[in-house]
Design a protein around this ligand. Structure first.
Ligand SMILES: [Zn+2]
Length: 463
């Protein structure tokens, strides 16, 4: 019997791998059961508080990075102190601080400036971090604002000595929306009473409009001090549902994730789509396989540069005529829509924060732990165990597909063999599952780029 049984089992496994139907939109079959604790966090997001916070934030008139720092009622100095105080008032569990950097003149920073990001840390069981952010600085480029730049209306005026840093720049949507989303989620998570595995960092950046200065300075320090950052949820311009072209969409949000296709940023984007499908099913996640909108950027790129997985949320349809002008006012913000985007963030951060870290699928020397196994024709997956994991889930898909098509949940092991599944024809990934069922990001096995040495050629007439 046994000699017949073994090949049969092997055949069945292969047949299963090949015949298992592709999941509809790649999501349906991987939904975890909804966790009531996460549901409570999502439900705790307050549209009314978002409105109160943003009304107060725009009352500072401008939050331009080089604007007045001395006043407590106007410009960036007053605004950042208010954000600090508001985070402190939110919960005694938040460790609130200014993240201060002395920035030398460079590019659009025309004089030395003391830049302050405002951060609130909610410590988890482990020091590995998940970031949630928006930039609180604002900008008024005058005349046509961003619309002028978009349509080739001349160079960026910020570098000129005559640029007025104290002119009205309400920045209600850019990026007051992302700022108050961050402040509100800090409260919601701190008040949830839950202990997360990851340490959550809620941070409001300055200097974004001068070239991501605040986030870059912060990310540089993270790298220098060897912090582990598992994910960064950046929110920039997430509160308006009516595009400048008249298109209205309050039911979807865009998530931009830098490649290559199996980057951890893309893994994070897929994760957000899945958690939103479970906890905020009324909101659609539109995944964008690029770093950001065409020719534009934000603070997630500072984290990408530093080697951390980072994505950015962007509203469905922008109104460029309001951005970077005196017109970026409260009436351009749809608070119900902003609250939905905050809930999507909350669902992703909560599930990821409760999950163990993603398994490492490379060796300490950076080599892939994927091979063809002893037979030479199997998919032999190995990985390093994740602290806190009780099980793992294997994912695979056709190489030409952009989302996982097949999956299998397995026990608490660090190796799994798919017999007769070619590692040349499929992409594989592994996620760790914690005791309460929450899953990490999927770590994919990435085929290394092969670089060939330059061929030395002898040129005529020396042949
Ligand atoms: Zn912005």
């Amino acid at each position: 019997m046994t000699h017949l049984n073994r090949p049969l089992t092997k055949f069945l496994l292969v047949a299963l791998a090949v015949a298992m139907p592709t999941m509809a939109n790649g999501q349906a079959a991987v939904r975890p059961d909804a966790d009531p604790r996460v549901e409570r966090i999502v439900a705790a997001v307050s549209e009314e508080r978002l409105r109160q916070l943003l009304t107060r934030l725009v009352s500072f008139g401008t939050r331009e990075t080089l604007s007045n720092q001395a006043s407590t009622t106007r410009a960036i100095g007053g605004a950042r102190q208010w954000i600090f105080d508001e985070l402190k008032r939110s919960s005694p569990k938040l460790q609130v601080s200014f993240d201060i950097h002395q920035i030398a003149p460079q590019g659009r920073i025309t004089r030395q400036v003391e830049l302050r990001n405002v951060m609130a840390v909610l410590p988890g069981r482990s020091p590995r971090r998940i970031y949630i952010s928006g930039h609180y600085d604002s900008l008024n480029l005058g005349d046509r604002g961003q619309a002028g730049l978009n349509t080739g209306g001349g160079g960026n005026p910020q570098a000129s000595a005559e640029f007025n840093h104290d002119v009205e720049a309400p920045g209600a949507n850019d990026d007051g929306s992302g700022t108050v989303l961050t402040i509100e989620l800090a409260r919601v998570f701190a008040e949830s009473g839950l202990e997360f595995d990851a340490t959550l960092v809620f941070i409001c950046w300055a200097g974004e409009e001068q070239g991501l200065i605040g986030s870059a300075a912060h990310a540089q320090e993270l790298v220098a001090t060897k912090f582990v950052v598992d994910a960064m949820f950046n929110n920039d311009i997430v509160g308006n549902s009516r595009g400048g072209n008249g298109v209205v969409d309050a039911e979807s949000v865009r998530v931009y994730a830098v490649g290559p296709e199996d980057s951890m940023a893309r893994s994070l984007a897929r994760y957000i789509a899945r958690s939103a499908a479970v906890y905020v099913p009324s909101h659609q996640i539109r995944l964008m396989a690029r770093e950001d909108r065409f020719g534009r950027g934000s603070d997630q790129s500072s984290f990408t540069q530093a080697g951390y997985p980072a994505i950015v949320f962007r509203e469905a349809n922008e109104n460029f005529s309001k951005q970077h002008s005196a017109n970026d006012t409260l009436d351009g913000v749809d608070f119900a829509y902003l609250a939905q985007n905050a809930r999507v963030n909350a669902a992703g951060v909560a599930t990821l924060g409760l999950a163990p870290p993603a398994p490492k699928v490379t060796s300490e020397r950076g080599q892939n732990l994927l091979s063809r196994g002893k037979s030479g024709y199997d998919a032999d997956l190995r990985w390093a165990s994740s602290p806190g994991a009780v099980a793992y889930r294997i994912y695979w898909r056709d190489t030409w597909s952009n989302d996982w098509q097949r999956q299998q949940t397995i026990g608490n092991v660090t190796q799994f063999i798919l017999p007769n599944v070619s590692i040349d024809d499929f992409v594989f990934g592994v996620a760790a599952i914690g005791a309460d069922g929450h899953e990490s990001l999927v770590s994919a096995y990435v085929s290394p780029v092969r670089r060939s040495a330059e061929v030395k050629v002898i040129k005529w007439p020396n042949v």
